[in-house]
Design a protein around this ligand. Structure first.
Ligand code: FDA
Length: 389
């Protein structure tokens, strides 16, 4: 049976980074990837341009049952470190918005770079090899559909169940449970929310978007919201979806540039205006109309009581939607939850109770915001394990 110092299960972002680091430290490393090519999620990320990091990434941009867990790895491998690697390979990049760094060319360049880094470390990357069973008897034995391999260290880097169409599964969790590690209930994150009941009305304006501030569970994001044929999407909604729990409302400030009492000011300055006409100035017409219909105050501002204007203004600053669900793992960019950080060392990603076992990347209960944060976690956790194996 071929023997290695370390076998990395999964040739995605975290697995390739980990393998390259360990290989370049002289370790004999094997990556087993079930797809026909490595890094498939990297290739489709950022619309094919890969939002490979966020220059402002820090622990506050991540969700985890232990919000301190990510600190150590993120501090030791920073966005600047990854950027330095990207620049060493001559990959042109740009900042799109909010610190999000993308390739000018193609995400293929990031995969090629990681494979080159693996080659420098003599890493063997085997694709089309689905891991079906793992056992431990002093060393780890890994069984794929066609072969068996053994190693002293085993790294779980098989990601989370987001986008099953791409072959994503909960394999990492099954394996973790096999070794007695706890798993924090996984749920879809960075995912569109669905609307039902009376709110299906908003589906009629599918395709309309507007800059808003969306809030769920006391966490707010100022970015665009998009109405869809199923409910709500767009960056601000994807962001709050990671914090949203069934039954929670999502509050949307539809007029973030307006002060709380803007309708009273407007009454003084434009008494002949209506709420509808003012909303049409601030928002796409179809959204303005549906909101004006719902508010139901049609008269000119001069003929509307201050109390009604104040109430309408407050409602627009905190319009409550009541999503009846999410579009699920099929549409979720990432997974919240995963292998419990309580089981792992934050410095090395090593399982505290199982010698030689590591877990990195999305498989672990650390989830980033939208905007390059998830890849930064994949790189940082991959480096932490790769340097420790
Ligand atoms: P990842 O999923 O990348 O890799 C796991 C690998 O393990 C896969 O290649 C899989 O085939 C393999 N595998 C699974 N089971 C196996 C088995 N039994 N045997 C062998 N191999 C197995 N993030 C970001 O920061 N910026 C962005 O622009 C985007 N964009 C984006 C777009 C879309 C559409 C999605 C779905 C996701 C993103 N993300 C993102 C999130 C990002 O893709 C994600 O966080 C990382 O890919 C996670 O890296 P991992 O290496 O942990 O898992």
């Amino acid at each position: 049976m071929p023997e290695f110092d370390a076998i990395i299960l999964g040739g995605g972002a975290a697995g390739l980074m980990c393998a390259a680091r360990a290989g370049q430290r002289g370790k004999r490393v094997l990556v087993l990837e079930k797809a026909e090519q490595p890094g498939k999620k990297i290739l489709i990320s950022g619309g094919g341009r890969c939002n490979f990091t966020n220059i402002g990434a820090g622990p506050a941009n991540y969700l985890s049952a232990n919000p301190h867990f990510a600190k150590s790895a993120l501090a030791r491998y920073t966005p600047r470190d990854f950027l330095e690697l990207v620049e060493r390979y001559g990959i042109a990049w740009h900042e799109k918005t909010l610190g999000q760094l993308f390739c000018d060319g193609s995400a293929k360049q990031i995969v090629a770079m990681l494979l080159e880094e693996c080659a420098k470390g003599g890493v063997e990357v085997k694709c089309g090899e689905e891991v079906v069973a793992v056992s431990q008897n002093g060393t780890f034995t890994v069984q794929t559909q066609s072969e068996a391999y053994s190693a002293h260290a085993l790294v779980i880097a098989t990601g989370g169940p987001s986008i099953p169409k791409m072959g994503a599964t909960g394999f990492a969790y099954d394996l973790a449970r096999q070794f007695g590690l706890k798993v924090v209930e996984p749920r879809p994150a960075l995912v569109p929310l669905t609307l039902g009941g009376e709110e299906v009305l908003f589906r009629e304006i599918s395709g309309v978007s507007a800059p808003v501030v969306a809030t769920a569970n006391k966490t707010s994001f100022a970015e665009a919201a998009l109405f869809t044929h199923r409910g709500l999407s767009g960056p601000s909604i994807l962001q709050v979806s990671s914090y949203w729990r069934p039954g929670d409302p999502v509050a949307i400030d539809i007029v973030p540039d307006r002060a709380a009492e803007w309708l009273l000011d407007a009454k003084r300055d434009h008494p002949r205006a209506t709420i509808r006409s003012l909303l049409r100035e601030a928002l796409p017409d179809r959204l303005a109309d549906i909101l004006a219909d719902k508010i139901g105050v049609g008269s000119e501002l001069a003929n509307t009581a201050d109390k009604a204007l104040r109430a309408a203004g407050e409602r627009l600053k905190r319009w409550e939607f009541h999503p009846n669900g999410t579009e699920g793992f099929a549409k979720a960019e990432v997974t919240v939850g995963g292998i419990s950080t309580a089981e792992l060392s934050s410095k090395t990603m090593k399982a505290k109770r199982i010698p030689g076992l590591y877990a990195i990347g999305e498989a672990v209960d650390v989830t980033g915001w939208l905007g390059g944060y998830n890849f930064q976690w994949a790189w940082a956790s991959g480096v932490a394990a790769g340097d420790a194996i």
